[in-house]
Design a binder for this molecule. Sequence first.
Ligand code: DC
Length: 233
Amino acid sequence: MPSSAPASESLGTGLVVAIDGPSGSGKSSTSRGVAARLGLRYLDTGAMYRGITWWMLREGVDVHDPEAVAARAGDPAIVSGTDPLAPTITVEGVDVAEAIRGEDVTGSVSPVSAVPEVRARLVALQREAIAADGGIVVEGRDIGSVVAPDAPVKVFLTADAAARAVRRAAEEGGSDVSATEASLLARDKIDSGRTVSPLVRADGAVHIDTTPHTLDEVIDLVVALVEAVEAPA
Ligand code: DC
């Protein structure tokens, strides 16, 4: 491969870019933008935790009963489409892309994702997706620490809570910003404090505070990290 080849042609064989951080830090837009720019696949692991939560609620499982959740963790078929321009998620064949963004799922996803059996199931699915052909950008909370600790590029994105709330409220179609801030701080607390795979900055992860940056600037920063790994000086 000539060294002048554009990054999008030289990537794609097993490169893993792990992007972790709390809600509203800009993970999804950044991850999709980096994947699209570099011709990589994209996996939103938060959507998988939301998808299994949607299914537990639909099945009438008490999401605050870890044993009940654990007992059903292996049951639903969860399929993620990894095109960064049109990511998809189905649970038991149902397209849940919209439903998983609803308040009921958002309010229940933290206790469900704290159940070890849920994490074991989804981490196995995530590793299958990572192992399939082509490089991939994977976003979540534990990608650089647990799912793909050997990823050559690891990024930990953060942003001020107020900035995160403004972004998340806009994504949710203009919900109340202070209620959104309270909800994401509550989720951060559970996500960071849980015993299994808490949200932490992984060893070797590059910290980017996105607060002062535009989306394009953050994408540029991450693409530069990938290119530095692909073409060491
Ligand atoms: O990124 P998000 O807000 O869509 O994630 C939804 C929830 O899923 C979040 O509260 C924590 C959980 N999650 C997780 O525990 N591990 C991941 N790798 C991704 C998300």
